[in-house]
Design a protein around this ligand. Structure first.
Ligand code: ADP
Ligand code: MG
Length: 697
């Protein structure tokens, strides 16, 4: 088995090994330099690379190539062109030029642009991202690309991501230079995204329109058993799940994705897959592929993978933990505390920069995870609250406290650094407790951003992390580069920064009500819904941040905000319409039919025994008739609310009406329907129940 895995691993990827083997030495060197430095590639080099890629891809069975990109729809897009070029009647050769590799033209008119691209200028361009490997899948060579408008505005999630990676590298290197590092040329952020998901039987899924149209159940009374016995988490894998996971691993390994850990999660039929981390742009691409393959492979097993944040009420939803760190081009993780005082100081400075970034830009952190699906999780006692805070662990907390107070740190092996600040003792990673309730936790040598939704493209959260930390780095470098006494300046800066931003550090229970009050007292932002969050996107502060670092322009931010608002309303609208349809055409008629059946039964009974006891029948008929009448009325309320929302032209106001009228109307309707489900004969209930969906695999 071991040999087989190592043979298939990355076998469909045009990776470093293949490049080295297939490219002339000079071309290989030039390409790897491009990848390492993030610079653009030479046209002559591109021609050679394209040709080698094509030959390799054809050997792997490819006939087409596609520029694979990430428009603002949240999913990926692809359009396939074949390699064929006619060279006479009935004769073709296979061709692929450097130009075709580097740049593609695509009609962009049907992708969301948030007003960035007028419809008369429908052209969009895709541009190769050599930092993420090309791969062959289903007979096509996939080339990861960025997607821009004719005027160069980013119409995708990758372009700002690549720009943010440049920004943090540029500013981070300025700091490293201060510590005498003269050789590091590139700093990369690394990301490992732990992906949660649910699995449901395809036959049952096909009987639920809510799952089909919205990815979650819009109705459903709780099953007698949920996750209270905690017997699913890390429990043994059922054979169908295990077979699915094995196929998924194999497919991902073939594409060079380091699928590493798989296990059952907390809720029934919930699972998780964690990869080994990669450079951020690659990690984003790999996470998108992972999600795509989860769905694809599940279908092959007669299953459906639900990536929605909250498929079922009453049990945990799914998130995604974005493990994030900083790494030099020599492979040194800068969030490893290190052993010498100088390494300690560098670590503390980077830590201070991150704490400052998260505090200064809480709004952006929150926005980056705001999604209607995630509104069901954040703050619902199963995921971090909607308030952003940082968890550092007891030891780092004490170190920071001692720096703020100017006192010696009294930990194990502690000493005093030249900087006049306490040094970190040999840092014990296992002392960083795993506070599951923290939105952003330090876990020894990386931060774990835990607010992300399972269905989300992880690009934006990482754009935010990279850019906000780049800004802290910039400010620090500006101060320190001019310092006469660097050590003293670092000591002062650390003390000031920790003191100014310690409010964002919190190691208590993030699920508690006290924390909400305490956070308010500390002046931290609490943005409970996506709509609350989106409003903060295009503030002057945020526009300045992104444009200063060349990550997003004012118009790119405004367009994204518009798309977020629009997307919110569209999703709520689809959910509302699905509920209306299911209630009107399936549920209300089913309950009526059952009422009729009970009445018929009672009448039959009385025809035999005139004074038979019909209390049960009467009670059922009375209660269900009443509930059904209420359901019918709530359908009308929901219709009205949805109509009112659609009538609003302004995208922000429309989203507000969705949040304030449509969502509450949906909740009312659901409550009544769920109550009817608990009283209606299973024979009459028109769809699979929670017991079926979560336990029958
Ligand atoms: P856990 O106990 O939470 O599973 P792990 O150490 O196994 O912790 O890591 C979880 C995720 O974090 C994995 O995807 C792993 O690859 C990723 N990870 C580990 N180190 C780093 C790093 N330096 N940068 C980014 N992600 C990392
Ligand atoms: Mg984790």
């Amino acid at each position: 088995m071991e040999k087989r895995v190592s043979e298939i691993f990355g076998s469909m990827v045009f990776n470093d090994e293949v490049m080295r083997e297939r490219l002339p030495k000079e071309v290989y060197k030039s390409l790897t330099k491009t990848i390492a430095t993030g610079k653009t590639i030479d046209a002559s080099v591109a021609d050679v690379v394209a040709n080698a890629m094509k030959d390799w891809a054809i050997e792997k069975g490819a006939t087409h190539y596609t520029h694979w990109f990430q428009p603002l729809t949240g999913v990926t897009a692809e359009k396939h062109d074949s390699f064929i070029a006619p060279v006479g009647p009935c004769k073709v050769v296979m061709e692929f030029s450097g130009k075709e590799l580097i740049k593609g033209e695509s009609d962009a008119s049907s992708f969301p642009s948030g007003g960035l691209r007028a419809t008369f200028e429908a052209r969009g361009y895709t541009a190769w991202d050599p930092g993420s490997y090309a791969f062959v899948k289903d007979g096509s060579l996939y080339i990861p690309t960025a997607f821009c408008s004719y005027t160069g505005d980013a119409l995708d999630t990758k372009t700002p991501l690549l720009r943010s990676m440049d920004a943090i590298s540029t500013q981070g290197i300025r700091l490293l230079r201060l510590f005498g590092d003269t050789t590091t040329k590139r700093l990369s952020t690394t990301v490992g995204a732990e992906q949660e998901y649910f699995i449901v039987d395809k036959k049952l899924f096909d009987l639920r329109e809510d799952l089909q149209f919205t990815g979650r159940t819009l109705f459903g009374a709780p099953a007698p058993k949920g996750q209270e016995l905690e017997d699913h988490y890390f429990g043994p894998l059922k054979p169908r799940i295990s077979a699915f996971m094995a196929d998924l691993d194999e497919a991902l390994w073939t594409l060079g994705i380091n699928a590493k850990t798989k296990h059952n999660e907390a809720a029934p039929s919930q699972h998780e897959l964690a990869p080994i981390y990669a450079t951020t742009n690659m990690a984003v691409d790999q996470n998108l592929l992972t999600m795509e393959y989860m769905k694809l492979i599940a279908e092959k097993h007669g299953l459906v993978c639900l990536l929605h944040e909250k498929p079922y009420a009453g049990v945990n939803g799914s998130g995604k933990h974005n493990n994030w760190s900083l790494c030099t081009d020599k492979g040194k993780n800068l969030l490893d505390a290190g052993k010498t005082p100088a390494e300690n100081a560098k670590f503390l400075l980077i830590l201070a920069a991150i704490i400052k970034a998260v505090d200064d830009y809480q709004d952006l952190m929150r926005i980056s995870v705001a999604h209607p699906g995630n509104d069901h999780r954040l703050g619902a006692n199963e995921a971090p609250p909607a308030i952003v805070s940082i968890f550092l662990g007891e030891e780092l907390d004490m170190i920071i406290r001692s720096i703020i107070d100017g006192k010696a740190y009294e930990g194990v092996n502690a000493g005093i650094m030249d900087l006049g600040i306490p040094s970190i003792p040999t840092f014990r990673k296992d002392t960083t407790d795993r506070n599951r309730t923290s939105p952003f936790a330090f876990t020894g040598n990386k931060f774990e951003f835990r607010m992300l939704g399972s269905s989300q493209n992880i690009a934006l959260p990482n754009v935010v992390l990279n850019t906000t930390v780049a800004e802290s780095f910039r400010q620090f470098a500006d101060i320190l580069e001019g310092a006469d006494d660097l050590d003293a300046a670092i000591g002062k800066l650390l003390k000031e920064t920790f003191a100014a931003h310690s409010r964002i550090i919190f190691d208590g229970n993030g699920y508690s009500e006290e924390w909400e009050k305490e956070a308010e007292r500390r002046g931290l932002l609490n943005l409970p819904t996506s709509v609350d969050a989106y409003k903060h996107f295009n503030t002057e502060k945020n526009i300045k941040l992104f444009s200063d670092h060349g990550v997003m322009s004012r118009s790119e931010i405004e367009s994204r905000e518009e798309i977020l608002f629009e997307n919110y309303s569209k999703i709520i609208n689809i959910e509302a319409l699905t509920m209306i349809k299911m209630a009107s055409r399936d549920i209300i008629p089913a309950v009526n039919a059952y009422i009729g059946e009970v009445a018929k039964g009672a009448a039959a009974k009385v025809s035999f025994i005139p004074n038979a006891n019909c209390e049960v029948e009467e009670d059922i008929i009375e209660k269900l008739s009443d509930l059904n009448a209420r359901a019918y009325a709530y359908v009308e309320v929901l219709k009205e609310a949805d109509k009112a929302a659609i009538a609003v032209c302004d995208v922000e106001q429309r989203a507000e009406v969705c949040r304030d009228r449509v969502v509450p109307a949906m909740k009312e309707l659901r409550a009544v329907v769920d109550a009817m489900e608990e009283m209606t004969s299973s024979e009459f209930w028109p769809m699979p129940t929670y017991s079926d969906l979560m336990f029958k695999i």
